[in-house]
Each structure stands twice: as C-alpha cells, then as structure tokens.
Design a protein around this ligand. Structure first.
Ligand code: HPA
Length: 287
C-alpha cells in the first residue's frame, strides 16, 4: 500500500505509521481471537506486543475480557498478527471503527484474516461446545463498515459479496478438523447490533432467514476484510443455545463459561487450521 492513500483512511493512517515502525516482520495471517480464544497467544512464539490503547486514533475498547492487544507472533515459523480483543458495535463504535484492525492487518501485509467468535446456536442440531465454520453471513441488522467515503486503493465502492468466506480456506479448516477429530458444522452467521440478547421471536425469524448461529461481531470485520482483499475465514464456538431454545434465560456468564470450556479444543482446531492454510495457501510463509 502506498503512502498517498493515507489521507483517505480516517483513523488508519497514524495507526499504520505507529504500528509499522514497531512491527518485527510482515505478518501473513491475521487472527481475531474471540471469547475463550485469547489464550491462544500463550501457545505461540510471541515476538512483539502492542497495547491497543497506545495506537493513535484507535478507539478505546470497553469490554472486560477483551484485552485489546496486537500480538506479532510465530507459529512454527509462520508470521502471524493476533488480535486479543476486538471492537464491538454495541460498545458505541461505528461499524467502520470495528473494521480498523482488519484493515490495518491488510496494510501490514496480511493476506488472510481468520475471524473467530462465540455465538448462540440457532440450528436445532447445534449444541453448546460445538464449532461452526462460517459459509456466509447475514449483516443487514447494522450499517456496512464501508458506508461513507470509499478508498479506491483499498477496494471498490461496490464490492461483490458472493463469496466472503474463501472456499479454499474453508477446505483447509475442514481438513484440519478431520485431522484433529473435532466435529465441525458449517453454517450461516447472523450479526446483531447487540448488546441485548435476542427475543425468541427474533431467533425464529433469523432461523427462517437461514441463520444457523447468532453473535455480535465478525460480519462487520468480514465485509471490510473482503473489501480490502483479505481472504476471509470465520469460525464460531457455539457457546449457548439461542434465546427460546433451552427454556432458560441467557446470560453473558453462561456464554463466557462455555466459551472458556471450549477454549482448549478451539485452540487446537485453530492451530491446525492456521498451519494448513500457511502450508497450502501461502507459499513461503513458514520460511
Ligand atoms: N446471541 C448473541 N450473541 C451471542 C450469543 C447469543 O445467543 N452467544 C454468544 N454471543
């Protein structure tokens, strides 16, 4: 990316300058670590950690349990950029602000973005502790992160969204799940604006609309990542049954406890998937 595009990227230019002067290498894969996955960082070789609060023009994260760190790390030699924590629309950030980290990843040289989250299961076959590979998403409940002035150098004004979640990357995750004997569903994710959980009537509506899981992140990031040329992969940990499906009230505590419980298996799946993506999709990444 050239210097002259900087003025067209509000919130990103100073951030990019700050981070790239501290980046120890060019990362090839970016991973947004959702609830329960933060400790993935402890399983890789950490090279440089940047506190999100130090990054100029990046908004302050407000959610407890979301740490807001940018971690440059190597996984068996593969250069990664890990985000421990993310921006959520429900915190009051705009959709474009929620997309800043993935855009920054692109500017730093990443080619692939792996977006992870904890989600509520809408599909009747899903159980807490299951995993779902995103095949597509529904994002109409909140504005597009691309709303406003477009930066042509980053991507087109009207980007195609026919295949946001890259098929070859999906094949990598499916193969990794088989290799690790981890059952993996595939399905459609719907992003709500949050922060309230859904009503049972909303969940019935989303199911009719084709959604298999619901959460409060990821689609916004996926749109911006796809727009700027990142190949996108999305993975959900099903942390609970969605509203009205279990006869019990939902709580963030239940979501977090289940996400943490699934953490070790989710980390194993992620590790195997990243290694396979690096090997099959990124020539020279493990050099
Ligand atoms: N709804 C919305 N977001 C979520 C849920 C849910 O049931 N579980 C985890 N994130």
């Amino acid at each position: 990316m050239e210097q002259e595009i900087l003025p067209a990227l509000p919130g990103l230019s100073r951030a990019w300058e700050y981070v790239r002067s501290r980046a120890p290498f060019r990362p090839r894969l970016a991973v947004v670590l959702g609830s329960g996955l933060g400790e993935f960082v402890d399983t890789v070789e950490v090279v440089t950690v940047i506190d999100g609060r130090q990054i100029p023009d990046f908004p302050a994260a407000t959610v407890s349990g979301h740490r807001g760190k940018m971690v440059f790390a190597r996984l068996e030699g593969v250069p990664l950029l890990l985000y421990q924590g993310r921006y959520h629309y429900y915190e009051g950030h705009t959709a474009a602000e929620c997309a800043l980290p993935v855009r920054l990843a692109r500017l730093l040289g990443c080619e692939i973005a792996v977006l992870t989250n904890a989600a509520g299961g809408i599909n009747a076959d899903f159980r807490p502790g299951d995993f779902m590979l995103l095949t597509d998403h529904l994002s109409f409940l909140l504005p597009s992160p691309l709303r406003g002035q477009n930066c042509e150098q980053l991507g087109p004004r009207f980007p195609d969204m026919s295949e946001v979640y890259d098929r070859s990357l999906r094949d990598c995750v499916l193969a990794a799940a088989r290799e690790e004997s981890i059952p993996l569903h595939q399905g459609v994710y719907i992003q709500t604006a949050g922060p309230n959980f859904e009503t049972p009537a909303e969940i019935r509506f989303y199911r009719l609309a084709g959604a298999d899981a619901v959460g409060m992140s990821t689609a916004t990031e996926a749109i911006a990542a796809h727009h700027c040329g990142l190949r996108v992969c999305g993975l959900s940990c099903i942390a609970n049954l969605a509203a009205g499906m279990s006869g019990q009230a939902l709580s963030i505590e239940e979501v977090q406890v289940n996400a943490v419980q699934s953490g070790p298996t989710f980390r194993r799946l992620l590790r195997a998937a990243l290694l396979r993506m690096a090997r099959e999709e990124l020539p020279g990444a493990d050099g």
